[in-house]
Design a protein around this ligand. Structure first.
Ligand code: F58
Length: 804
């Protein structure tokens, strides 16, 4: 363990003069700018580099220590890292906020503008990618030797705008400006092959790929709290083996001359923007293999630099597969062990399985990856043969039922491959893990009952409380000290203060500050006015039918009707705020966005709604916007159809920031409810078991609609074009679908949702009671720190130590 003195040595508190000189130095000598000509971005790059310099020493120290002590290393393989901005995160981590604010101010540069000038690194779609980013932060903070591996996409998640209420997408280009946090590692490059043929000579197979691209690593240091440990995030970029063909160039065929680089670079060009459906696209398979193969080559190289027996790999390393995207790791590691290190198949498979662990994030069948065997055979012929062999080996080693197989109907089922090739398989909440055992992996679980374990998700308290909520941060620090930042259970010290009037008032004042900050932001960015004394009722997440943004907007429309029918009633003033993107090809989700905007426009222009009900949907929800919205929320909407949200992590961020949850008994909502207590959460709707039973019995949405006149009325209005006079038929299919199919059970849950929302209205009027519940939410959410989650993985899955 590092002593405090040692930590001070590693990140010496720079004096203001030294920091100032460092910024000036970087502005001049790294960016090449005269201060008088420097743009805001130039200043930001200079400040970023001055701050980055401070984490280099602990980064080297950690790397060396892990190596000299030969510590077990954890490798987190993820197609997505939804990082957000890094500068403010690093500044707050190192405790340099006040100093830099004054230094930057003295340069006559706007400090807040400098921080927000940084584009978000949006290398992920949603929860899965953000979880990976929280885990990187926690692995460093608890002092676990870890590397994150992923893809350095040139274009992250698309930028969303609304054109006449419809979602429009535009390519994102975060790398247009220099990304000051990364170091290119041209020496860390690996050739990655695709296609070609395999020749077999006795037991020896040789794969000769038809096409090869280079994977080049870019490293970003990931400092833990106060810089006391620092791991590495290594992202791979695809480069051509040869940049350029001279022969076609000499002929004047410039396109053909550049062809090799265009082809290769396509692999890391863009993040797939689909957050749920697994489409069998060749490029996606290539992306998956590209980063998995590069990572494994790097891992094996690092191991062999100091060990000589590959059979000992499982003692030295643990690899975590973030969903099935890197599931090709199993045949790839078997291939390396057999074809490059001379191991027989059975041994190679057992070594590989000893290293690999798989996290499942969804039970939805359409999201479980399957690759056509002909595509797999064409792109990765050697792997296809090994997958057949693994399937065969499994069939022979256990008495498995017909239903268990990796190869099924001309497809490779990646979930089954990941399960069979892993030492441990985990779900991400208690309910989700149980459902995994009962549904998708039922048969496999019965064959391997020790394999499935649960690790309920968590979120990093650094970004999601300390950094994004300065008002609450100071109140907490004043009241209970700062130790909660790395030991979130300490928030429990707030419990008695929930009954302390003075404390509650300060807690409420912090919320008010955050609501005003959001209102100011929306005034500037969208030109709209929000009343900060109204209830901020927030639903922020990807737009998906199972997440039921539709039910939320139907509730808004029903509320609009009810308020107009009964304007005298003491309605709780509400602002419903939505945030989220739909996959570009997801027609129903995009229609839901248009409906939110159509209903919103009608409500917002009705003078009778002033001070009562307002709908706000700022475009382009991302990590940075979440950092503004979450601390400002009073009510957190977590209303998925029970059994469909694996865990959720936004639910945790909102609750720890003092929002009350309205939610179904789904994912981690159940565990949040147990933690905060049933008086401090609003639970409604069918349970997962009831959803399943209702479906099995033959669900009839029409009967629910007939029994709920409020719902019947709004469906009539929507179907008749009341919210879409320019195109009255726009929602005909949507309404028909709700009336006749309604797979996500909006009609079944609507009454219960309406009732709980009425209770929430009442609860809102009891201001003391509301604030008390808000304090109790913050006080009891300590368990949902991703530090706790990572310690759980280290203990139950990786068998790896932590320094703190
Ligand atoms: C999410 N999955 C779950 N997948 O939906 C959410 O409940 C959970 O909290 C979170 O993972 C973290 O465990 C998710 O975000 C994706 O976005 C995939 C991206 C690639 C294609 C398939 C879905």
């Amino acid at each position: 363990m590092l002593s405090e003195a040692k930590i001070q040595d590693l990140v010496p508190e720079p004096d203001a003069a030294a920091l100032r000189r460092s910024i000036e130095y970087h502005l001049k000598y790294t960016t090449g700018k005269d201060p008088s000509a420097a743009t805001l971005t130039d200043w930001r790059l200079a400040v970023s580099r001055a701050v980055r310099d401070l984490v280099i020493a602990p980064w080297f120290e950690t790397t060396q220590r892990v190596y000299t002590e030969d510590q077990k290393r954890v490798y987190y393989l993820s197609m997505e890292f939804l990082i957000g901005r890094l500068l403010e995160d690093a500044i707050l981590n190192l405790g340099l906020d006040d100093k830099l604010r004054s230094i930057v101010g003295n340069f006559d540069v706007d400090y807040a503008a400098l921080l927000t000038d940084e584009p978000d690194a949006a290398l992920g779609n949603g929860g899965l990618g953000r979880l990976a980013a929280c885990f990187m932060d926690s692995m460093s903070t608890v002092g676990l030797a870890a590397y994150g591996y992923g893809i350095r996409y040139n274009h992250g998640l698309f930028r969303q705008s609304f054109e006449n209420g419809w979602q429009a997408e535009e390519a994102e280009d975060w790398l247009r400006q220099t990304h000051p946090w990364e170091f290119e590692r041209p020496e860390a490059h690996y050739p990655i092959g695709f296609g070609g043929a395999v020749s077999v000579d006795g037991a020896k197979a040789t794969w000769t790929p038809a096409e090869t691209v280079l994977a080049v690593g870019y490293d970003t240091p990931v400092p833990g709290w106060r810089g006391r440990w620092s791991n590495t995030l290594r992202l791979w970029s695809a480069k051509p083996e040869r940049e350029f063909d001279l022969e076609p160039f000499n002929r004047g065929d410039y396109m053909a001359a550049a062809a090799p680089s265009v082809l290769a670079e396509t692999i890391s060009r863009v993040l797939y923007p689909d957050d749920t459906t697994a489409q069998g696209k060749e490029l996606r398979l290539k992306q998956e293999y590209f980063f998995t193969a590069a990572s494994l080559a790097d891992i094996v190289r690092r191991f062999l630099a100091h060990h000589d027996d590959v059979a000992k790999l499982p003692q030295s390393i643990a690899i975590q597969l973030n969903d099935t995207h890197p599931a090709i790791a199993c045949p790839e590691l078997v291939r390396l062990l057999m074809d490059h290190h001379g191991q027989p198949f059975e041994t190679a498979f057992e070594i590989a399985r000893g290293c690999l662990h798989y996290t499942n994030h969804t039970l939805m069948p359409e999201a479980l990856e399957r690759w056509p065997t002909d595509l797999m055979g064409r792109v990765l012929p050697r792997h296809m043969a090994l997958i057949e062999r693994i399937d065969d080996h499994h069939a022979k080693s256990v008495k498995r039922p017909e239903s268990v197989k990796i190869l099924d109907g001309g497809e490779v089922r990646m979930g089954d491959l990941a399960f069979i090739g892993a030492r441990r398989v985990n779900g991400v909440s208690a309910l989700h893990t149980e459902l995994m055992k009962q549904t998708v992996f039922k048969d496999l679980h019965e064959l391997h009952p020790e394999r499935v374990v649960n690790q309920t998700n968590g979120v990093t308290p650094r970004r999601w409380l300390y950094n994004c909520n300065p008002a609450l941060r100071s109140l907490l620090n004043d009241t209970i000290g700062e130790t909660w930042v790395t030991d979130l259970d300490r928030l429990e010290a707030l419990l008695p203060l929930a009954d302390d009037t003075a404390f509650r008032a300060r807690f409420a004042a912090a919320k008010d500050t955050n609501k005003r900050r959001l209102a100011d932001h929306l005034k500037h960015s969208m030109g709209i006015t929000l009343d900060p004394t109204a209830m901020f009722d927030i639903q922020i997440k990807r737009i998906h039918e199972y997440k039921r943004q539709l039910m939320n907007i139907l509730h808004a429309a029903a509320l609009w009707n009810a308020i107009r029918q009964n304007p005298e009633k003491n309605w709780a003033p509400r602002i419903k705020i939505f945030g989220g993107k739909a996959a570009p090809g997801y027609v129903m989700a995009k229609l839901a966005i248009k409906l939110i905007n159509d209903i919103g426009a009608t409500i917002n222009k009705d003078p009778a709604m002033a001070g009562r009900l307002q709908i706000v949907y700022p475009p382009n929800y991302n990590v940075s916007m979440a950092e503004l919205l979450i601390p400002a929320a009073d009510l957190s909407e977590q209303i998925s159809t029970a059994g469909m949200e694996a865990s959720g992590t936004g639910n945790m961020k909102l609750s720890v920031n003092g929002a009350l949850t309205v939610g179904t008994l789904d994912g981690a909502n159940i565990e949040i409810g147990e933690a905060v207590g049933s008086d401090n959460i609003f639970i409604f709707g069918l349970t997962a078991a009831e959803v399943a039973a209702t479906r099995a019995a033959g669900y009839d949405p029409a009967s629910h609609i007939a029994a709920e006149p409020r719902l019947a009325e709004i469906l009539e209005q929507i179907a008749s074009g009341a919210f879409s006079p320019d195109d009255p038929g726009r929602y005909t299919d949507l309404v028909t679908n709700l009336r006749e199919h309604d797979w996500f059970m909006v009609a079944a849950d609507f009454s219960s949702y309406w009732d709980i929302q009425s209770k929430i209205d009442e609860a809102w009027h009891d201001r003391d009671g509301w604030h008390r519940s808000a304090v109790l939410n913050t006080a009891r959410m300590g368990w949902f720190s991703s530090d706790r989650t990572i310690r759980g993985y280290a203990r139950d899955i990786w068998n790896a130590g932590t320094a703190y």
